[in-house]
Design a binder for this molecule. Structure first.
Ligand code: PLP
Length: 408
C-alpha cells in the first residue's frame, strides 16, 4: 500500500532515516556530549537487533518473565450492548503483561540492550511513575542499578509508585528545580546521564525523545501488533476493520499500529480531550510543530509559543508533545486521531468493568470509549482495541471522584 509516495511495504526500512527523521519530524536536538552518547546506543542497537542471540534471549524473557503472548479477547457482551449489536469489539490484553501494562515491553528490551553494552546502570525520568516502575522492574531482573529522576510535585502525588520503585531497589532522585514536574525531571536525567554515559544507559518511556529512542521503543513495542495481527487472523479468519489505541507519547499505539500499516485497515489514535478545548493533552488535534525534549514533532503551545500545559484525567496521557512518527503518519494521512473526554473515558471504564469483568487503566479507557462510540456509528464490522493497562492504580481516585455517580 502507498500513500503520498510513502510505500508501506518497505516502510520499516526507510523510516526513520539514518538521522532519525520521519519526514520533517524527529531528529536529535541535544548537546554534543549527549549526541555522542546516544550514537553509541544507536550503533549498538542496530547491530544487536539483528543478532540471533539477542532476539532469542528477548523472546525467552517475554515468554517466561512477562507472560507473553498476551491474549486477544472478544468482548461479546460489550459488543452486543452497543448500537446495532453487530459490531464486534476485541481487546489486545496488555493489561495482563507483567506489571500490568505495555511499558515493560520496551523496558525489558532496553534492559537487555544495557546488558549487551556492558552497562552497570539505567538512568531515566518518570512523570506519573509508571515508566519508573517498569524500568525498576527490568533493572532488578537484569541486576542493574537504576536511577529514576522525578519532579518533587510528582513524587508527592504518586506515593504508591515511588514506594514500588524503592521496593524494587531503584534510587529515586527528587528534582526540585522549576515547577518540579516531568520537564525538569527530563533535564535532570539528561545531565546525570551525560556525566556517566560510559557506565550507564539512558532509557526513555515512550516513542519520544531524540533519535534513536522513537525507533528503539517502537521496535520493542511492535510485539503487540505482531501478536495481535496473528491472533486476530486465527480467531476470525480476517483482519479487523479498525484498530485503535490511546496516545500519550504514543508507544502502545505505535506497537499495535505499525505491523498493520500495510494492511487495508483503518487506524485511529485516541488523544485525551480532558475537559475540552482549554484543558486537554491532544497534541495532534490542538498543537503545532515544535521542538521539545530533544525532538521535533507536533506539540501543545501557550500564547508565547512555549510548551503548553497538558491535562488529562489519565496521568499517562498528559504529555504536551507526541512521538514524531505519529506526527508524520498523521501528516501523510495514514492514521487519523480522535479525542475522548475525561467523562467519556470514565463511562467506558465502568462499562468494560461491568460487562466484561475487566477494569481498564484510565489511559486505556480512552481507547475503549472511542471503540464504543465508533461501534455505535457502524452497522457491522470489527474493532480491535489495545488495552494498554489495568486499572488498579486508578481505583482510589475513581472511587473518590466518581463513586457517588456510578456506585450505589
Ligand atoms: C504510560 C501509559 C500510556 C501512555 O503512553 P504511550 O506511550 O502513549 O503508550 C497508556 N496506557 C498506560 C496503561 C500507560 O501506563
Amino acid at each position: 500500500m502507498k500513500i503520498n509516495d510513502v510505500d508501506f511495504e518497505t516502510y520499516l526500512k526507510n523510516y526513520p532515516t539514518k538521522d532519525g527523521y520521519f519526514g520533517k519530524y524527529g531528529g536529535s536536538f541535544i548537546s554534543d556530549d549527549l549526541k555522542k552518547a546516544f550514537k553509541e546506543i544507536n550503533d549498538a542497537y542496530l547491530t544487536i537487533c539483528k543478532s540471533a542471540k539477542f532476539i532469542s534471549e528477548l523472546r525467552r524473557i517475554r515468554k517466561e518473565f512477562q507472560g507473553r503472548p498476551t491474549p486477544l479477547y472478544h468482548c461479546e457482551r460489550l459488543s452486543q450492548s452497543v448500537g446495532s449489536g453487530k459490531v464486534q469489539i476485541y481487546l489486545k490484553r496488555e493489561d495482563l503483561n507483567h506489571t500490568g501494562a505495555h511499558k515493560l515491553n520496551h523496558c525489558m528490551g532496553e534492559g537487555l540492550l544495557a546488558k549487551y553494552l556492558g552497562k552497570k546502570k539505567i538512568i531515566a525520568e518518570t512523570g506519573a511513575g509508571q515508566h519508573g516502575v517498569a524500568l525498576a522492574t527490568a533493572a532488578a531482573y537484569f541486576g542493574l542499578e537504576c536511577e529514576i529522576h522525578m519532579g518533587i510535585v510528582d513524587v508527592r502525588k504518586q506515593a504508591p509508585n515511588v514506594a514500588r520503585m524503592k521496593v524494587l531497589g531503584a534510587k529515586v532522585i527528587e528534582v526540585t528545580d522549576g515547577e518540579g514536574t516531568l520537564k525538569e525531571a527530563v533535564d535532570s536525567a539528561f545531565i546525570s546521564y551525560s556525566k556517566q554515559y560510559k557506565d550507564a544507559i539512558y532509557c526513555i518511556g515512550s516513542v519520544v525523545g531524540p533519535h534513536p529512542f522513537p525507533m528503539i521503543v517502537r521496535d520493542f513495542q511492535s510485539v503487540v501488533g505482531i501478536e495481535a495481527r496473528e491472533q486476530f487472523l486465527e480467531m476470525t479468519g480476517e483482519l479487523p476493520d479498525v484498530i485503535t489505541a490511546c496516545v500519550g507519547g504514543g508507544s502502545n499505539s505505535a506497537g499495535l499500529f505499525i505491523p498493520f500499516l500495510n494492511d487495508p485497515v483503518k487506524i485511529v489514535g485516541v488523544e485525551a480531550f480532558g475537559k475540552g478545548k482549554d484543558a486537554n493533552s491532544a497534541s495532534i488535534t490542538y498543537g503545532s510543530e515544535g521542538v521539545l525534549h530533544g525532538f521535533n514533532s507536533i506539540m501543545l503551545k501557550d500564547e508565547k509559543g512555549n510548551p503548553g500545559l497538558a491535562y488529562s484525567i489519565a496521568s499517562g496521557l498528559d504529555y504536551p508533545s507526541v512521538g514524531p512518527e505519529h506526527a508524520f503518519l498523521y501528516d501523510i494521512g495514514r492514521i487519523s486521531y480522535e479525542g475522548i473526554t475525561d467523562e467519556e473515558a470514565i463511562d467506558a471504564f465502568f462499562k468494560l468493568s461491568r460487562l466484561e469483568g475487566i477494569i481498564p487503566a484510565l489511559e486505556s479507557s480512552h481507547a475503549v470509549a472511542y471503540a464504543i462510540k465508533l461501534a455505535g456509528q457502524m452497522d457491522h464490522g470489527s474493532i480491535l482495541v489495545n488495552l494498554s493497562g489495568r486499572g488498579d492504580k486508578d481505583l482510589d481516585y475513581v472511587i473518590e471522584k466518581y463513586g457517588k455517580k456510578y456506585i450505589m
